[in-house]
Ligand binder design. Structure first.
Ligand code: 3PY
Ligand code: MG
Length: 260
């Protein structure tokens, strides 16, 4: 997939569907990238994804996207932290965009945007190890093509959601429902007693994004939930991920086999 075309779709708030990869298994990532998702996210915050795995994973996504008949996913990295070093490295390794965790203010979001863009728009350092082939090579081309989403998953991020959404150069907000629920005071990331509060927070995020004209994104755990979020107005939805699917499929097939 082309980073520039992906950016056009994200900025146009068209629906894009993502797949979340936590495991460093490039042959699996290649196949997943060929299944029809618009993007594959490599999780370098919580997944088994170090720099070498980002390189292998992004190369695998591009290989999967070039499988005959495949619609052409792009690779995006959920970086380990809101810091110019991991953001710059993910982009150098060929990511079409970054999802930046734990952003708690508009000022922090502005920092994430600067880290992803070369001067004069930002502070990214030049060294496009792999991105020179895929996104760019001209700095201005890269600045225009790379998408930046910051995560809303802390109390501060929610409190400043309107100002954060209005950050110049930011392409979207992405909700981390697990951390956000904990930030709302829930004892566990799926405590149903906090459903109402979480849903109210999601409305605030969607409204902030709509007012700013940027994409509203969210992590979900099933196709059913993803469809519901799309219907509500989220446009950037990560449906589910490799580890969850592997475990679910293993358990379901075992249950079928034992029931025989
Ligand atoms: C969260 O739910 O907190 C995330 O970061 C998405 O995995
Ligand atoms: Mg999180």
């Amino acid at each position: 997939g082309s980073a520039a075309e992906f950016a056009r779709r994200v900025r146009g708030r068209e629906a894009v569907l993502g797949y979340w990869v936590a495991l460093d298994a490039p042959p699996a990532t290649e196949r997943l990238a060929a299944t029809g998702y618009d993007l594959v996210v490599l999780d370098a915050q919580h997944g088994l994804i170090d720099d070498r795995a980002v390189l292998a994973g992004l190369t695998a996504v591009d290989a999967g996207a070039s499988v005959p008949g495949a619609p052409g996913a792009v690779g995006v990295v959920r970086v380990a932290a809101n810091d110019p070093t991991p953001i710059g490295r993910a982009l150098d390794l060929g990511a079409a965009g970054v999802i930046v965790p734990l952003v708690s203010s508009a000022a922090e979001a502005a920092g994430a945007v600067r880290a992803a863009r070369y001067p004069p728009d930002g502070v990214r350092s030049f060294g496009p190890l792999r991105s020179g082939l895929r996104v760019g090579p001209a700095p201005a081309q890269s600045n225009a093509a790379v998408v930046v989403l910051t995560m809303v998953e802390t109390a501060g991020g929610l409190a400043e959601v309107d100002a954060t959404a209005a950050t110049p150069g930011l392409d979207g907000l992405f909700v981390g429902p697990n951390d956000l629920r904990l930030a709302l005071g829930a004892p566990t990331p799926d405590d149903p007693a906090f459903d109402e509060q979480l849903e109210a927070a999601l409305v605030a995020v969607r409204e902030a994004c709509a007012a700013a004209g940027i994409a509203a994104g969210i992590f979900t755990t099933s196709g059913e939930e993803a469809a519901q979020r799309l219907a509500e107005g989220f446009s950037f939805v990560c449906v589910s991920g490799d580890l969850a699917h592997l475990e679910r499929a293993a358990r379901d097939e075992l249950a079928v086999a034992r029931a025989a």
